[in-house]
Design a binder for this molecule. Structure first.
Ligand SMILES: Nc1ncnc2c1ncn2[C@@H]1O[C@H](COP(=O)(O)OP(=O)(O)O)[C@@H](O)[C@H]1O
Ligand SMILES: [Mg+2]
Length: 395
């Protein structure tokens, strides 16, 4: 059992968490959700023991080992494989001690313990996890410093999963993952026995992994049983119940006020009016449910164009002349098509012509003379009007 009890956190003069409480059963896989800035990371850091709350406490079994991804990605000339193996601190310490000691009794004890913790299967397990997260054999042996921040975070995630903690704390773990690795993570998490708190904005991941949803709103948490779809349904029902109770109360209030207004002055009914006024004063107002503000996008309608919208004929694209990232691309996009662009990280998706019309001059591509494109480049959306004639170029 992981008990989050009355946690209050104030940051920069604001109350971020306001007596947040939730009792998570042992082995529960809990999706922690809430809009950006709601305080999910803050709560997770309190559970991890990295931040002290202003009030409240976290209770868990004394011997429970907590796993949380460090903010800083691992670095140095260590390889991903070694970094992951080192995450099993006990195994690493035993092996180091075995190399140092000459005492045969101690060596026998160390061997016994290594067998007990299944240390011999550790390298294969570490490799399996790394492969799942996209590191092939060659990549597992390269120094960490040769990797980008996103790939280093994958190593941190691999190390965390490898160390098999009792309580697994994951803050948006799929941020650095491509679809393949996300699917792998999903099945890994489904099969882990750890009690899990998982912050994510991904409906599929939450539906497939979580068996509870902890919703953080207004500094308070509400725990729902089931995955994300079940949460949405229960929350909608709860809000509807709250709304109908509030409407019934409003009607009752209006009725009482009307009675009081009509009957207070008359001596024969003043007493009844007075008792109704008391009932009115005792009424606890039910607050109207406040929905979180949602962000809405307004994409202007593009001009109607005849197909094809984009045609790539053995196209090549890249940043440095003579060094194409993508080659021999054949693609046709017609109006009203919805195209999902998939691929492993580092495979050049943002460079792909469909995503990046700013690189049009490098393509051997045909565009209609008046095409309107949007490229979504996090965090902003840029609209471009391609109204000038675009020449066909051969690279
Ligand atoms: N060190 C800090 N000082 C002041 N405010 C902070 C600090 N860290 C986070 N906050 C604020 O606390 C709120 C909750 O942050 P966070 O827990 O990161 O939200 P979430 O993870 O739900 O997006 C945000 O409004 C954030 O700006
Ligand atoms: Mg966060």
């Amino acid at each position: 059992m992981l008990n989050i009890s009355g946690i209050t956190v104030r940051l920069g003069g604001r109350t971020i968490l306001d007596r947040a409480s939730a009792a998570l059963p042992t082995g529960a896989r809990v999706g922690l959700i809430g809009r950006n800035g709601a305080g999910k990371t803050t709560l997770m850091k309190v559970v991890a023991g990295l931040n002290d709350p202003d009030d409240g406490s976290i209770e868990m079994p004394k011997a429970a080992r907590i796993g949380y991804i460090a903010q800083e990605a691992p670095a140095g000339d260590q390889t991903p494989f070694d970094a992951v193996l080192a995450a099993d601190v006990e195994r690493a310490a035993l092996i180091a001690e075995e190399e140092q000691t000459d005492d045969p009794h101690r060596i026998a004890d160390i061997h016994e313990r290594l067998i007990a913790i299944d240390a011999h299967s550790a390298p294969a397990r570490a490799a399996r996890i790394l492969v799942g997260l996209g590191f092939d054999e060659e990549m597992q042996g390269r120094p960490l410093d040769s990797y980008s921040g996103g790939w280093k975070m994958r190593v941190a995630l691999a190390a965390l999963l490898f160390s098999e903690p009792d309580i697994l704390l994951l803050d948006e773990p799929s941020n650095h993952l491509d679809l393949e690795a996300t699917l792998w993570l999903e099945s890994f998490l489904k099969n882990t026995r750890a009690t899990m708190l998982l912050i994510s904005h991904e409906r599929d991941l939450l539906n497939n992994v979580a068996d509870h949803i902890c919703h953080l709103e207004g500094g308070k948490t509400t725990l729902y049983a089931g995955g994300y779809d079940a949460f949405e349904k229960q929350r909608a029902e709860r809000l509807a119940q709250l709304e109908s109770a509030r409407a019934a109360q409003e009607a009752q209030r209006a009725k009482l006020q009307d009675y009081i207004a009509r009957n207070s002055a008359r001596a024969s009914t003043a007493k009844q009016a007075q008792s109704r006024a008391k009932a009115l004063a005792r009424m606890q107002p039910i607050a109207a449910a406040v929905e979180d503000p949602t962000l809405s996008f307004d994409f202007p309608s593009p001009d109607a164009l005849k197909p094809p919208l984009v045609t790539l004929d053995l196209a090549a694209v890249g940043y440095t002349p003579g060094q194409p990232v993508l080659q021999r691309l054949n693609l046709r996009i017609d109006p009203d098509e919805r195209v999902a662009l998939l691929g492993r990280n580092g495979n050049g998706k943002p460079r792909s012509p469909a995503c990046s019309p700013r690189n049009w001059h490098r393509w051997k591509a045909a565009w209609p003379h008046r095409a309107r494109c949007a490229s979504v480049i996090s965090p902003s959306i840029r609209w471009r009007n391609w109204t000038r004639p675009i020449p066909r170029l051969n690279i």
